[in-house]
Design a protein around this ligand. Structure first.
Ligand code: FES
Length: 571
């Protein structure tokens, strides 16, 4: 075995030696310390599969990872490798402030560098919660090692008075009912205890499930693994198989850049549209693609959206849950249905093309959940990009989860200057607002101090909610949870904190929304806008906040750090 850390023929623990100026000494020392962990010489001579462990007491969605990781280790050992588990940052969606997106790039950087710095021939990245999968896919794309993405899997649903409950579309549905005075405190507390009852990621087509479907479509997660529930025995078998596949990918030199290509990214967009997936996935896919030098074109998203119907009946767009999609045939059933719209020559981690993969299997599909292409759930794709004077760099709109009656209209802006202003005034009985107004929040984009939280689903003002108003046009530079629904325009780019047009909107201005024309326009004369001053923002002086403020890109570039992209704007 070569002891040269730069020698590509070196494998396993001989890779990437610590620099003491004496390579033989470095390997001798490394083996000696590895032996202190009780490995035999034979084990230490094996190729190494690193396993990224994102278990954390702050991440309920990853509660099953210890068992899943044991299964991955089993697979690696059975295939002749040495599994070595290592921890990275874990991002539990609801345990982070101000928002998990702020730390996605930090997790991606941690994961990329630990894959690069430690000796391994391949890697299995185990994650699931909203930001962990995009962070890991970004890291895998940049680290350049043969890699498999293994998902935590979705939660199972629970029940409440004869209704199925699953995080987190039902979380929002019941909260809206509570705000409207339809249910009382005791009832909402009971619901709170039943929304999330097993390990795993949110039970609907939220960001986690959307990113799982995208990981399988890109070919980085093994076929058939995205939708397996977290607590199902198949999830453990997927773990075993992922360990074996990682070792095989190492033998074949199958690195992520061979899987993440313009064609596979377009396939991922098609799947995102067809499953009625999360708006966040547009952001994450732009960041993942940007790691290998591929730009995500929002005009192309619109073209794809016009030809790609929503074929999956899952919340928040439809009625079912992820466990139903698994039983209905999983992401494979969706991909099979979409075959005429996909690039079938894309490689997957098994070495097969997507087309070869889809030619296998029994073809079982439950048509209640996965509809045929010629009889879809909705005739058009779930998402569109809007452009116009309010969003020259684009905005994202989830038309599959919005009220079509609100798609073509002009309204008076009722403006909130950031999250604190929103919290202070939204329920004020004196707020000057009608159901026909457009609620606008600015100062919640990627360059703001709040770091683009999932706050774009502005609550309906209590006085309107109690009068029966269920939806209004809402516009912001923030994001929205993939589990939410409503006529909500998000990711307005450039954001207000960077001086985009949104910064200049005032209450009383008129705004026109046309989903048909893909437009969002501020109907204020240029001469008037020039007179309006831009807000000033304090710059953080140190630490991660400073790095974030200096390097964060806008939503159209996926909010990645510029220096982590394959083609940074400022090299
Ligand atoms: Fe982890 Fe929803 S909170 S996936």
């Amino acid at each position: 075995m070569s002891t040269d850390s730069n020698d590509p023929s070196g494998q396993g623990l001989a890779r990437g030696l610590t620099n003491y100026g004496d390579r033989d000494f470095a390997l001798y020392l490394r083996r000696s310390f590895a032996r202190s962990m009780g490995y035999s010489e034979a084990m230490l001579a094996r190729p190494v599969v690193g396993i990224v462990d994102t278990s954390s007491g702050y991440n309920n969605c990853h509660r099953n990872l210890p068992e899943v990781i044991e299964a991955v280790k089993r697979g690696v050992i059975a295939a002749g490798g040495l599994p070595i588990v290592f921890p990275t940052i874990s991002l539990g969606e609801v345990f982070l402030t101000p928002t998990s997106l702020k730390y996605r790039n930090l997790m991606a950087l941690d994961t990329e560098e630990m894959i690069r710095a430690q000796p391994m021939d391949a890697v299995v990245a185990v994650g699931g919660c909203d930001k962990t999968v995009p962070a890991q896919l970004m890291a895998l794309a940049s680290a350049g090692k043969p890699a498999v993405q293994l998902l935590a899997g979705p939660m199972l649903t629970s029940g409440y008075r004869g209704e199925r409950l699953g995080a987190c579309t039902d979380c929002r549905r019941f909260w809206a009912r509570y705000r409207a005075g339809e249910i009382d405190k005791a009832e909402i507390q009971t619901v709170e205890s039943r929304l999330a009852t097993t390990a795993g990621t949110c039970a609907v087509m939220g960001t986690a499930s959307t990113m799982a479907a995208i990981a399988e479509t890109l070919g980085l997660a093994l076929p058939g693994t995205a939708a397996i529930p977290a607590v199902h025995a198949d999830r453990l078998r997927a773990g075993e198989a992922s360990g074996i596949a990682a070792l095989e990918a190492a033998k074949n030199g199958l690195t992520p850049d061979k899987l993440i290509t313009p064609k596979s990214v377009e396939n991922a967009l098609t799947v995102l549209l067809a499953v009625g997936g999360s708006t966040n996935a547009v952001l994450h896919l732009a960041a993942i693609a940007g790691r290998v030098g591929i730009a995500l074109d929002l005009d192309r998203l619109n073209l794809l959206s016009d030809r790609t119907p929503v074929i999956v009946d899952l919340k928040p767009t439809g009625q079912h849950y992820m466990e139903d999609l698994f039983a209905a045939g999983g992401v494979g059933a969706v991909l099979r249905e979409l075959k005429p719209l996909l690039h079938l020559d894309c490689l997957t981690i098994t070495g097969e093309t997507l087309g070869e993969r889809l030619d296998k299997g029994d073809g079982w599909v439950d048509r209640k959940v996965v509809r045929p292409l010629n009889d879809p759930y909705l005739p058009y794709g779930g998402l569109v990009a809007l452009f116009g004077s309010l969003a020259p760099g684009g905005a994202i709109f989830k038309r599959s989860a919005a009220d079509t009656k609100l798609f073509e209209r002009e309204g008076r802006a009722v403006v909130f200057d950031g999250l604190e202003d929103l919290a202070r005034r939204i329920d004020d009985p004196a707020l000057d607002v009608t159901p026909d107004d457009f609620l606008v929040m600015k100062g919640a984009g990627p360059t703001s101090a709040s770091c683009m939280p999932e706050a774009g689903y502005l609550p309906i003002p209590t006085k309107l909610a109690r009068a029966g108003v269920k939806d209004m046009v809402r516009i912001s530079d923030a994001r929205m949870s993939g589990t939410a629904f409503g006529t909500v325009v998000l990711h307005v780019t450039p954001d207000a904190a960077s001086g985009g047009p949104l910064a200049k909107v005032r209450s009383g201005d008129r705004i026109r929304l046309s989903v048909a024309d893909r437009r969002i326009d501020l109907l204020v004369a240029d001469e008037e806008l020039v007179r309006r001053p831009l807000p000033r923002q304090a710059r953080p002086s140190r630490g991660y906040d400073r790095l974030y403020a200096r390097e964060i890109t806008q939503a159209d570039k996926g909010c990645d750090f510029d220096f982590l992209r394959a083609n940074p704007d400022f090299p």
